[in-house]
Structure formats: structure tokens, C-alpha cells
Design a protein around this ligand. Structure first.
Ligand SMILES: Cc1cc2nc3c(=O)[nH]c(=O)nc-3n(C[C@H](O)[C@H](O)[C@H](O)COP(=O)(O)OP(=O)(O)OC[C@H]3O[C@@H](n4cnc5c(N)ncnc54)[C@H](O)[C@@H]3O)c2cc1C
Length: 376
């Protein structure tokens, strides 16, 4: 019998298993398919610290006030990203040359300023830039850009490498990985949980639910209600080119994030909706792609000659309020949620470290206040 069963082989699950094993805990990780094949391996690799602009504008000030404590979790997690290559012994292509949110209308400029005010109140370094400053910093931007906000700690890392680096380090520490082991049900026993698999079952006193967009289904097996949802979104990537865009670029207009990865390809996304195929998996929506590419070109005209060589769709774990769901569930002692919506790649290392400590009933070895997000 393992001490802890971790459900889910994405970044949340593999990193939690790693930190538990590092503390000497005996862990089994259960993954329905292959490791790193869902959101953690399909995302755009942005390391975000700022409040996302779209919900800031569309969900209003009360939403922003409730979301804002997430800023310090993401900022502190980015600090961890810098240490991870040395800790895991793998180059994760971590680069933080700053995030640049650009505005192309007076209205957008006012929204960028309002968001920056709130971010600074929560300790984030965000600098407002006028038209000249933005062009000095980022000459690749279009003349339509009137100004923006620069957050120096933001950047990128490789989603193709990070989760597997955690998994390999966890394996070296003795974590048992069971792939192709879908969890079908969970039964609560006397001081433990029986996790029912296709073949047989496993029992442990503590379970971590790190099932991403399926975390709501896992929680529901114990009668626990959540507002976890899965949203199909898409990303496109261009052919390789020379160094062009050092920053993580966002638009304060419609959805856009873009960045150039370590091999010189430009990843273009921002959360445009994909479609659901009749067989139940997400597929790229050409209308979203066209709008996403048009916005990218308006923002960085030098992308014009580059060919898009691949697009993909994947399911992001979301909630309506964008707030994480963390910690031991009231009424289900020993059952823990590790759920960070929408930007769980950025926050993955920090949240995993927090959950691994909470599972052991130990103090969290990080100077960060995660308590606003403990399970409600
Ligand atoms: C297209 C896209 C772009 C994104 N861009 C960014 C970005 O740039 N920056 C950022 O910070 N975040 C981004 N995200 C969000 C980020 O990828 C996710 O929040 C994060 O990866 C969630 O990690 P996870 O481990 O919780 O979930 P996942 O990686 O989805 O892992 C969950 C795992 O649980 C397994 N599982 C589910 N049900 C069961 C079951 N019953 N039994 C066993 N196993 C099960 C699944 O197979 C899966 O492997 C993006 C997401 C998408 C989809």
C-alpha cells in the first residue's frame, strides 16, 4: 500500500509526486494514458504573472480583486522555474525577457493602466510604456501600438520537456508510475481510499487529485462538487526564423499571446476556441485560426512571410472564476485537490510544492500565501 496515490500524469501530478518522493514519501501515480499528453504537454509554454487582460475587461473589477492573489503564486512559481533546470538536471528552455501587453486604442490604454495599478498593489513589477518607449523596447511591433505595460519577470519554458523532467526525477526517487491506468471510481474506507482501476484497485490513506480538466469527474466520484470545466482551445506555430521576438507579447484587444521558442519558431495563441470533434476530442477551428493569425500580423508585421507549419487543439482545465482549487477537501480527510486553472503550466511547480507539503501536514517551505485558495 502506497502512502499517497496521485491521479494524473500532467505537470501537476508529476511535480507533486516528485516533491513528495523528495521528502521520502512512498507514491504511486496513476495516469489514464501517457504522461504529458494532455494540457501540460500541449500548452503554449508562457510563464505568466499578470492578470489576464480579457477577463479583466470582461468580468469586471470584483472578479479582478478576487483573482489578484493568484499573481504572487505565479510570480513565485516563475522564480522556481529558474531553479528547476539545475534541480531536475534538464534544460527546460526557461527564458524570462519580460511580458509586453500592447494597446492599440486609447480605451485599451486606459484598461492596461487600470490593470497595472491593481497588479502593482499586489507586488508585481509592471511598467507603463508610452508609444516611444514601447517601440524602443520592441521595434518589431506594429505602428498601430500606442503603448503598453511591461512585466519583466514573464517569459516561457518548454511544455514538451518540463513534465517529463519531473517524471524522470520522480522515478529516480522511487515513484511508481502506472500508465494506461484510468481511475474508474474511488471508495472511501476506514481512514483510507480505495481507487478502482480497470484491473484491480489500490488503497492509500491519502489521494491527490491532479487530473486537470477531469479533476471535477474524479472529485465527483466521492460526491464532491466543483465547477471544474474543460475548454477546447488552440495554438499555432510557425516555421523557424532568426531571433525576432524576445518577449512574451499580449494584445489588449482580442485574444493574443505570441513568443519565439528556443529553436526560433513563433508560437501564436491566446485562448482562441477550438471545436469538438464528433468523436469527443478537440480539433482546430479554422475561423479561430484566421482571426488569431490576423491579430498576430497586425501586432507583429514581420510575421508576414513566415509559414504556419502546425496547429493543434487541446483541453485546458478551467473554472468560471479562474481561481485555483487547492488542498484537503472538507469532509474528505486525506483527499487533496491540486487544480490551477488556465495558467497551470506557470503555477505548476509552486502549487505542486504546496500540495506535497499539505499532504504531509508539514509547513510549506515557501514564502507565499496560498491560503486564499485553500479548498472552499
Ligand atoms: C492549448 C493550451 C495552451 C495553454 N497555454 C498555457 C500557457 O501558455 N501558460 C500556462 O501557464 N498555462 C497554459 N495552459 C494551461 C496549462 O497547460 C494547464 O493549466 C496545466 O497544464 C494543467 O496541468 P494538469 O497537470 O493539472 O493537467 P493535465 O496536463 O491535463 O494532466 C491531467 C492528467 O490527468 C489524467 N487523467 C484524467 N482523468 C484521469 C483518470 N480518470 N484516471 C487517470 N488519469 C486521469 C489525464 O490523462 C492527464 O494526463 C494552456 C492549456 C492549453 C490546453
Amino acid at each position: 500500500m502506497a502512502e499517497v496515490i496521485v491521479i494524473g500524469g500532467g505537470l501537476a501530478g508529476c511535480a507533486t509526486a516528485y516533491y513528495l518522493a523528495k521528502d521520502g514519501v512512498d507514491v504511486v501515480l496513476l495516469e489514464r494514458g501517457e504522461l504529458n499528453t494532455q494540457a501540460s504537454g500541449s500548452n503554449a509554454g508562457s510563464l505568466h504573472a499578470q492578470i489576464p487582460h480579457d477577463p479583466f475587461v470582461n468580468k469586471g473589477p470584483e472578479w479582478a480583486r478576487r483573482f489578484a492573489p493568484s499573481i504572487q503564486l505565479m510570480a513565485r512559481s516563475i522564480e522556481m522555474w529558474h531553479q528547476l533546470p539545475a534541480e531536475l538536471g534538464v534544460d527546460l528552455e526557461v527564458s524570462t525577457k519580460g511580458g509586453l501587453l500592447v494597446a492599440s486604442s486609447e480605451q485599451q490604454l486606459r484598461e492596461v493602466e487600470a490593470k497595472a495599478r491593481l497588479e502593482r498593489e499586489h507586488g508585481l513589477d509592471v511598467r507603463l510604456l508610452d508609444r516611444r518607449e514601447v517601440r524602443d523596447l520592441a521595434p518589431y511591433l506594429s505602428d498601430r501600438v500606442l503603448g503598453g505595460a511591461f512585466c519583466p519577470i514573464e517569459g516561457k519554458a518548454s511544455p514538451l520537456i518540463a513534465t517529463l523532467a519531473y517524471a524522470n526525477a520522480a522515478k529516480r526517487l522511487g515513484v511508481s508510475f502506472r500508465r494506461h491506468s484510468p481511475v474508474l471510481d474511488i471508495e472511501r474506507g476506514q481512514g483510507n481510499y480505495r481507487v478502482v482501476l480497470g484491473e484491480g484497485s489500490l488503497v492509500a490513506p491519502r489521494v491527490v487529485n491532479a487530473a486537470g480538466a477531469d479533476a471535477g469527474r474524479i472529485a465527483a466520484m466521492l460526491g464532491i462538487a466543483t465547477d471544474v470545466q474543460g475548454f477546447a482551445i488552440q495554438v499555432a506555430v510557425t516555421e523557424q526564423t532568426g531571433p525576432l521576438i524576445p518577449h512574451l507579447v499580449y494584445s489588449a484587444g482580442e485574444k493574443l499571446t505570441l513568443k519565439q521558442n528556443a529553436i526560433g519558431s513563433v508560437l501564436i495563441g491566446g485562448g482562441w476556441p477550438a471545436r469538438w470533434h464528433g468523436r469527443g476530442h478537440p480539433v482546430t477551428d479554422p475561423d479561430s485560426l484566421a482571426q488569431n493569425m490576423a491579430l498576430a500580423l497586425q501586432t507583429v508585421p514581420a510575421l508576414g512571410p513566415l509559414r504556419v507549419i502546425r496547429t493543434w487543439a487541446a483541453v485546458v482545465n478551467g473554472t468560471d472564476d479562474w481561481r485555483p482549487i487547492l488542498g484537503e477537501v472538507p469532509g474528505a480527510p486525506g483527499f487533496f485537490m491540486n487544480f490551477f486553472p488556465w495558467m497551470g503550466f506557470t503555477a505548476g511547480p509552486l502549487i505542486a510544492r504546496v500540495i506535497a507539503s499539505l499532504v504531509q501536514g508539514k509547513a510549506v517551505p515557501l514564502d507565499v500565501d496560498y491560503r486564499p485558495f485553500l479548498y472552499r
